[in-house]
Structures are given as C-alpha cells and as structure tokens.
Design a protein around this ligand. Structure first.
Ligand code: GRF
Length: 206
C-alpha cells in the first residue's frame, strides 16, 4: 500500500446494499464527506423496509430505495429488480454492507468482479450469519473482519483485506462484537479507498 496512487479508470460510483443498521454505510458516507474517500454513493438499497440504514442514506442526501424480497416470486426476480435500480443509478461498484441475501448468478454476471462484502470474522473461519457469536463460543483468542469479492457462495469469494481483532479475557459477546464492528468500519473504507485509487482492480477468476 506504499506505492504512489494511480488514477482510477473512472470515478468510484457505489451502490450500497443493506438490510439493517447501516453503521458500515455510515462509515463510508462519513469518509466521503470528510474528503478521505474519493467516491460517490449513488444509491442505497435495502431488502427490508424501515431500517436505520435507509434513514442514514437520506440524511446524507443519498437516494434510499426499499426493494422487499418478499414481493417477488423468487430470488432471480428480486435480483433483477435490484439490478435495475443499480443500473438506473449508474453505479460501477457494489458494496454489500450488512446485506443478508445471497446473490444469484445473473446478478454476479452484471457486475463481474465489482461486488465486495464485509464479514465479521477472519474468513474462512466462521462464514454465515452468526460469525461473532460462533467465534466467541469457540473461544478463539483472535478474530476480526474480512472484505472480500462476492461469488456464488456464502462469504466464500477472494479475500481483499483482513483486520485482526483480539478477544480480551474480560470480553462478553457484546464487547467483542463492538470491537469487530469498529474494525470493520475502518477496513471497509480502506479497501474502498484502494478501489477508488485503482489499486484494487475488479477480480475475475480466470
Ligand atoms: C456487519 O457486522 C457486517 O460484517 C455483516 O453485517 C453487519 C452489518 O452491520 N455483514 P451494519 O448494518 O453495517 O451496522
């Protein structure tokens, strides 16, 4: 990360997909408004209505859209509706920030190598929905967070960056989860900064 910054081929225009609180979204919005991340969030899309992430987007003047997965016959139909909203907003990268749905092959093909996710463990340990709890109950002394490219699996795509987080002896689950969450906010923004600078490029398996 010491090499001089290269200009990205085009400005980073993000679509952020959320399902809940949106503290990672907030970290991205804050970095943009502080001038430390050269990007635009063009649209925030939630599959759940009324979540805090949508309110955070609106407060930052970003278009906030709800597309409920419950209103579609299947995953493909839902994904196509989300894709239409992303394409209308002319995004060129997609960040999953607490988005609790697995994407279909059609969706992945529409933005090849340009979809990233943040996960609250050091993958490949503890993929899935309950990573912090599983790491805590297992008794690991070191856990953390991972930003990775999204593929067809659950938290299985190529790793871009990781941040280790120690578990202190006095931690309960909430304390450990809060420390991981804070690390996520920093790491997600750092990776997006590298994408904006053209130092992380779209990933294709070939
Ligand atoms: C984060 O822990 C993220 O790693 C996981 O979902 C959580 C979202 O948190 N995928 P927030 O909505 O960004 O606060």
């Amino acid at each position: 990360m010491d090499s001089p910054a290269m200009p990205a081929s085009s400005p980073l225009k993000l679509g952020v997909l959320v399902s809940g609180t949106g503290s990672n979204l907030q970290a991205i919005l804050d970095a943009i408004s502080a001038g430390t991340l050269d990007a635009q969030v063009k649209v925030v899309i939630s599959n759940r209505p009324g979540v805090e992430a949508l309110e955070r987007a609106r407060k930052a003047g970003v278009e906030a859209v709800t597309i409920s997965h419950k209103e579609f016959v299947d995953r493909t139909a839902f994904d196509h509706a989300v894709l239409r909203a992303l394409q209308k907003a002319e995004v060129n990268w997609i960040a999953l920030a607490g988005f609790m749905r697995v994407l279909t092959p059609d969706f992945l093909a529409a933005y090849p190598g340009r979809i990233i996710n943040i996960h609250p463990s050091l993958l490949p340990a503890f993929p899935g929905m309950h990573a912090q709890k599983q790491a805590f109950e297992y008794g690991v002394k070191l856990t953390g967070c991972t930003v990775h490219f999204v593929d067809h699996g659950v938290d299985s795509g190529r790793i871009i960056a990781q941040r280790a987080v120690p578990r202190e002896d006095s931690d309960d689950l909430a304390a450990l989860a809060a420390r991981i969450h804070a690390a996520e906010h920093a790491l997600f923004v750092e990776v997006l900064r590298e994408i904006a600078r053209g130092r992380v490029l779209p990933f294709t398996a070939e």
